[in-house]
Design a protein. Sequence first.
Length: 283
Amino acid sequence: MLEDLLVSIGNKSNMNLRFCSLGTLAAIVAFFPTAAMAFPVTRLPETSQAVCAGDFQELGIEGSIIIYDANEDKAYEHNPEHNQTAFSPASTFKILNSMIALEAGVIPDDLAILTWDGIERSIPIWNQDYNMRRAFQFSAVWFYQVLARRTGYERMKKLVTAADYGNGNIGDESDIDSFWLGGDLEITPRQQIEFLQRFYRGDLPFAAENIALVKDIMIVEQTPEYTIRAKTGWANTVGWYVGYLERDENVYFFATNIVMRGESDAPHRITVTRRCLASLGVL
């Protein structure tokens, strides 16, 4: 299983990473209790406007994208049938896995260090100690496997179900550190959008400070005009880029899923997403 490290490094120059303590984030949430309450969580409309077919064709990739404009309650899609097909979430599950680990208390915050076990992984930069913030940024699989094992099967199953994430199937106890990596857990692009809506509003079974911390970790780009929070994923031939863009008192949720033929396709997940958002005039 490969990860899109080069994409993470390539985007590093666009990041405005902010290192906040969990206590600081909790105080921010307490002071702005309605910061993410501008619209109700809704199921996506059945009909949508076709977009971005030319971008997929120009990049030579197959797959789909769905973008949901929250204020307008309007969806934009390429390949709607693909958007209703379930796939392994791969490393996009790190969004939920991070909240579960914090909620379960198996790691205290985003800065606590887990020591590398000395096992050489296929991506050299993974072969070092990590905290959650850097492990999320560089998609360090081993770090999140440790968190999942510490959380334990029963607690993980309960919280994945409570979060209403995908099909909710995490396999059996032997799958505790792999169920999201081509295992039994699957989610459709449309379900990714619905989960991200609940995440944005804080409508999940986790403490507000834990949700706020994961939102902070997810920032990949921040300008005076907009903020993008997102996560990539790659397992076997499944490639993801999911998240949301906040701009002008509105939120645009997106889920891109493409067929991965090799490492050269890794940047295309982000490229096609940004092109589609730009074509809608929000980027």
